[in-house]
Ligand binder design. Structure first.
Ligand code: MBD
Ligand code: FE
Length: 281
């Protein structure tokens, strides 16, 4: 029971802590024309009006919606809610013309400036970090097949309990986060642990919606990556693990078949290879 309470308190912090970081990043918004703002806002509002008419939404339901929207803001869960339920389609549209490796959503827990690591890297982790050791390695190439020398791989992922550093209390600042520079031949070797599947915090407003709707709250275990290099388009992606039951039903709709790793058993844990292909800038 104590454990449940502790978990829930931690979970709420995870969903909520993303708001401050996002507001900082998004300060200089795009210069969108009045015509485009009007077109997008009108269509979103029309879609809402249409749902109200088709379902004969009542005043009680309207008030419940209002209260819930207010609570999402109060909980600081807009980044969590939007990245779980909307970002996948934004990514789909943004990546329409890419030829290289598949990208997917960034999610709410990226932090720039993780510690710099050489091509043969161990992510910062605690002395007794729980979880199966994972050696993740591969090579970065361009679409013509040439190795991309010195590509940058920013990696971040949850720990063996499903928590991200800087978004859950009690974790070292850069735990399981790093900025790896690939070798001259584009290769990298990253030692870490296999993350746990991620449960959307059950005690915030996003969790309340999920529970009220009878949905499940899980994302499959995943590694987050941003891969970039001079002359190439950066790619934001995630890698998943074959056999994880939520690969087939990610609540954030962010799994693509090309992004599923099949790790091999290695002497002291597991090992997985993935080669990135970057589109030209
Ligand atoms: C995550 O870890 C995540 O990657 C996304 C997209 C949403 C919530 C939590
Ligand atoms: Fe994540």
């Amino acid at each position: 029971m104590t454990q449940t309470t502790e978990y829930q308190a931690t979970a709420a912090a995870s969903g909520g802590a993303a708001t401050e970081k996002f507001v900082e990043k998004a300060k200089a918004g795009p210069d969108t024309s009045p015509e485009r703002v009007s077109a997008l806002a009108s269509e979103v509002l029309s879609a809402v009006h249409d749902v109200i008419r088709r379902h004969h939404v009542t005043y009680e339901e309207y008030d419940a919606l209002k209260a819930w929207l207010i609570q999402v803001g109060a909980d600081g869960e807009w980044p969590l809610f939007l990245d779980v339920f909307v970002e996948s389609v934004v990514e789909e549209v943004a990546s329409e013309h890419r030829e290289g490796s598949k990208g997917t959503i960034e999610g709410p827990y990226y932090v720039p400036g993780a510690p710099a690591l050489a091509a043969d890297a161990t992510l910062p982790m605690r002395a007794e970090e729980a979880g199966t050791p994972l050696l993740f390695h591969g090579r970065v190439r361009d679409v013509a097949g040439n190795p991309v020398a010195g590509a940058t791989l920013e990696v971040w992922h949850a720990d063996d309990a499903g928590f991200y550093s800087q978004f859950a209390p009690g974790l070292p600042e850069w735990n399981l986060r790093g900025t790896v520079t690939a070798d001259a031949d584009g290769t990298f070797r990253i030692r870490t642990i296999r993350p746990a599947p991620y449960q959307i915090p059950t005690d915030g407003s996003t969790g309340a919606l999920i529970r009220s709707a009878g949905w499940h709250a899980w994302r499959p275990a995943h590694l987050h990556l941003k891969v970039s290099a001079a002359g190439c388009q950066p790619i934001t992606t995630q890698l998943y693990f074959e056999g994880d039951e939520h690969v087939a039903n990610d609540i954030a709709s962010a799994v693509k078949p090309e992004l599923v790793l099949r790790p091999d058993v290695a002497p002291n844990g597991e090992e997985a290879r993935y080669d990135f292909v970057l589109d030209p800038a």
